[in-house]
Design a protein around this ligand. Structure first.
Ligand SMILES: Cc1ncc(COP(=O)(O)O)c(C=O)c1O
Length: 367
């Protein structure tokens, strides 16, 4: 790495060295020779059958609840467009995934923002809003290794949310692309698995465990609702990419997925450790919750540093971050998101040292 190369903590994507290229090539080879008719034809809007079956088994649900899409963002978008109309109330976390905010704003949804705590959304605040009469159509919750906050929703809060969704009759949308990437601590059951009354719709993805370029994600929910969304999918694209889904199905069935997950988790743990250590040394005033998995660390900046000014100063110092304000309707000036998925440990240390120099340059300018 040359000293002038930009180091990016901006993108929630894996670096190429942790993508299982050889296993993907072998999976493509087998998929194309063993099921050419399935891989190369249109298929239908529900997705490639063997992949849906594998997902259903892994998630312990019936196959008729699984709809495979071109990335999980497509699944999110279908669900939002199907269930939410302009003026409908939707619960979102603060902060939350910037593309969720964009999609819901484009529909014209009325957003009820509920703050995040170290163990996930402030369920007490949501409950109070519901008791005061709020009637959301849907609540969007990123349950594991939050984007951008890095936190994970506790079991107790998962139970309370499932209960609230049932009592107040709203769809609890569990957006969970990072669930397989725990490198520390104990697994927590999904809200999908806790739900007894069909109020949870679940989305996940192969972007973070295999690679984002393959564009395969999925939605799990009540069969009738999934059927309505499959009808939307048919008019949108006839069917998702069968070539991609056949490759992923073969990658999963052969066990390559589990090796890939282990590789990604080992790299993420090392990168998280290096990032936490580098922040302690170069930016001791930054405050954060150390993530137990996933791709992101949310850092509150030292000494009233404004993240919008910092993003620009960081660019000038050869390091990319995302300012906190991108993930909130209001607030976030004092925080930024650092993605450690796409950077190697030596880049991380150098990147944080550049970020500290950028903070210093702003504080120097203030003084
Ligand atoms: C919370 C969340 N939901 C959905 C997505 C979309 O992922 P995909 O690549 O499966 O479309 C992302 C990607 O970063 C994400 O962080």
């Amino acid at each position: 790495m040359g000293s002038t190369d930009t180091i990016s903590f901006a993108r929630g994507a894996p670096s190429l060295d942790i993508v299982a290229v050889d296993d993907l090539r072998a999976a493509a080879d087998r998929a194309f020779s063993e099921d050419p008719a399935g891989a190369f034809s249109y298929g239908n809007a529900w997705g490639y059958g063997p992949l849906r079956e594998w997902i259903a088994e892994r998630q312990e649900v019936d196959t008729n609840r699984v709809l495979a899409t071109n990335g999980s963002l497509q699944a999110d978008d279908f669900l939002f467009r199907h269930l939410v109309s302009s003026g409908d109330l939707v619960v979102v976390e603060a902060p939350t995934y910037d593309r969720t905010l964009l999609a819901l704003r484009n529909i014209g949804a009325d957003l009820l923002t509920i703050p995040l705590e170290a163990d996930g959304i402030d369920v007490g605040a949501l409950e109070a809003a519901l008791e005061e009469g709020a009637r959301p159509k849907l609540a969007h919750i990123i349950s594991s290794f939050h984007n951008p906050a890095g936190c994970t929703l506790s079991l107790e809060k998962r139970r309370r949310l499932v209960d609230l969704a049932e009592r107040h009759d709203f769809v609890l949308f569990e957006d969970d692309p990072y669930v397989e990437l725990r490198f520390e601590g104990e697994d927590v059951p999904t809200m999908l698995s806790l739900d007894q009354s069909d109020h949870v719709v679940y989305a996940s993805s192969f972007s973070k465990t295999v690679c984002p370029g393959i564009r395969v994600g999925y939605l799990i929910g009540p069969p009738d609702l999934m059927g309505e969304i499959a009808a939307m999918a048919t008019t949108t694209y006839i069917s998702p990419s069968m070539v991609s889904q056949a490759i992923v199905a073969e990658f999963c069935r052969s066990g390559a997925i589990d090796r890939s997950i282990e590789t990604v988790k080992a790299a993420l743990r090392k990168r998280r450790d290096t990032l936490v250590d580098a922040l302690g040394r170069h930016l001791p005033g930054a405050r954060f919750v150390s993530p137990e998995g996933g791709y992101f660390l949310w850092a509150e900046l030292p000494d009233g540093t404004d993240s919008r000014a910092l993003q620009d100063a960081a660019d000038e110092h050869g390091v990319k971050i995302i300012k906190g304000t991108d993930f909130l309707i209001e607030g976030g000036e004092d925080a930024c998101r650092l993605a450690y998925s796409g950077v190697t440990p030596d880049q991380i240390d150098e990147g944080v040292s550049r970020l500290a120099a950028a903070v210093e340059s702003l504080n120097g300018a203030k003084a």
